[in-house]
Design a binder for this molecule. Structure first.
Ligand SMILES: Nc1ncnc2c1ncn2[C@@H]1O[C@H](COP(=O)(O)OP(=O)(O)OP(=O)(O)O)[C@@H](O)[C@H]1O
Ligand SMILES: [Mg+2]
Length: 426
């Protein structure tokens, strides 16, 4: 509106100036020429400031203009799994993606970074980068809601001299890597401790036999017996460690052959018959039609030998170990039909809080009892890795004072799980 008025005024001034100049041609009076010039300048004066040459004078941003993050960039950053926070150069949060909420809360956008990020060491880096410093990286730990470790990288978004006007805070979650490192260190510490104890016993007895027990026949027999037990323990530990490593290396290769789970369990239990007899334990195996699974016979035998052996070791003397079989129908493609074999004992049971830890390497509820029975604490860790490879799972149910049931579930080899008919305990 205003512009149209200006343009009309300017055109009118030009027309009036031209008319006066024409008049001046007939009446050459300096006053008339001066009047024409004045009117022309007035027109130019109105026009000139409204039409700056765009190529010569770049538009000046308003004082409060902030860079805007394009919507596509926003959507991409939102989809990232790693936490990302973007600030403008005043430190105001422009974007905090979904995964960054654990660090900056759920409504960080438009607030200053120092109001939402509560880790002083990271904020100091942000401060330096905001004032033009180079990119920085820093590792830090948060303690709530759970302890997590992060690596943060803070950098201005720029290439050479061209800057986007943003500072990017990228966070990388190091928690699982740290845990794996800790577990590896614990594993080495535990394995060497387990080996050192019997080794110390054996070398102690060697010294005794060379020293004051040199001529004591009774003591020599006793000591040799203990040495034989201890070296047996070391051999078992090394065998189990090698077995665990071999299974872990192979874990991503699913087994190929088909085996009958019922036959595997029967064979595993038969080997342990003499050990059960020592504790006057009866092993009762339910009768069942064959249950075919895709699996490695030796590895599945190892699983059930450990479960039945545990049921004997930690079961009730004079009691019964019951083995049962069954099938569970699938539910769609994601849950194919499964078969299971469970081993139940009448022992002291396991406290609820200990159950999730049973498959950890070297974890034992009662270390003394396990050692007395020659255990290495690796049996259930091996079971877990074998079942991972077989796409199976272990379910542990226990009632303190009554006993425990360890059930192994495996995908059925046939599409239709075989029905179990005419069951009766033997
Ligand atoms: N049936 C069970 N009843 C009670 N506790 C059990 C039973 N099975 C396992 N546990 C507990 O779980 C621990 C870990 O079992 P795991 O089989 O891994 O080791 P282990 O039997 O001690 O030694 P290994 O199997 O290497 O000879 C055992 O030490 C025992 O404390
Ligand atoms: Mg065991």
């Amino acid at each position: 509106m205003f512009r149209t008025w200006l343009r009309s005024t300017m055109i009118m001034c030009a027309v009036v100036a031209a008319a006066i100049l024409v008049l001046a041609a007939f009446y050459p009076d300096p006053m008339v020429v001066a009047l024409a010039a004045a009117v022309a300048f007035l027109g130019l004066g109105i026009y000139a400031p409204r039409h700056p040459n765009k190529n010569l004078v770049p538009p000046q941003p308003e004082a409060n203009t902030r860079p805007v993050l394009p919507e596509a960039a926003r959507l991409l950053l939102e989809a990232l799994d790693d936490p990302v926070v973007i600030c403008d150069l005043t430190g105001r949060v422009v974007l905090a993606n979904r995964t960054s909420r654990v660090l900056v809360g759920s409504d960080a956008e438009r607030k200053h970074i120092s109001a939402v990020l509560r880790y002083p060491e990271v904020l100091e880096c942000v401060e330096r980068v905001l004032s033009g410093g180079d990119a920085e990286s820093i590792a830090f730990t948060i303690l709530v809601p759970v302890e997590r470790h992060y690596q943060a990288r803070i950098a201005q978004a720029k290439t050479g001299e061209a800057t986007a006007g943003f500072v990017l805070l990228q966070f990388h979650d190091l928690t699982s890597m740290r845990r794996a490192e800790e577990m590896r260190a614990d594993f080495v510490a535990n394995a060497s401790h387990e080996l050192r104890t019997p080794l110390a016993a054996v070398s102690g007895f060697i010294d005794t036999l060379r020293g004051h027990a040199r001529n004591d026949t009774d003591a020599r027999e006793r000591f040799l017996e203990i040495m034989s037990v201890e070296t047996g323990r070391m051999r078992r530990l090394i065998d189990d460690l090698l077995s665990l490593t071999r299974i872990e290396l192979n874990e991503h290769n699913p087994p190929m052959g088909e085996v009958d789970l019922v036959a595997v369990v029967r064979d595993a239990a038969a080997v342990l018959g003499p050990l059960a007899e020592v504790d006057r334990i009866q092993i009762s195996i339910e009768q069942s039609a064959p249950l075919w699974v895709v699996g490695d016979r030796d590895e599945l035998t190892q699983v059930f030998q450990n479960l039945v052996h545990n049921a004997i070791k930690y079961g009730r003397e004079g009691g019964t170990v019951r083995v049962r079989f069954g099938t569970s129908p699938g539910a769609g493609r994601a849950n194919p039909p499964q078969v299971f074999a469970s081993v139940q004992d009448e022992g002291e049971g396991i406290a609820r809080e200990a159950i999730p830890r049973l498959t950890e390497r070297f974890y034992r509820v009662d270390i003394k009892r396990s050692r007395e029975r020659g255990g290495t604490g690796l049996g259930l860790a091996i079971v877990k890795h074998i079942l991972n490879r077989h796409n199976g799972r272990l379910q542990i149910d226990s009632v303190v004072g009554q006993g425990s049931t360890f059930a192994v579930y495996l995908p059925s080899a046939s599409v239709q799980a075989l029905p179990v008919q005419d069951r009766k305990a033997v």
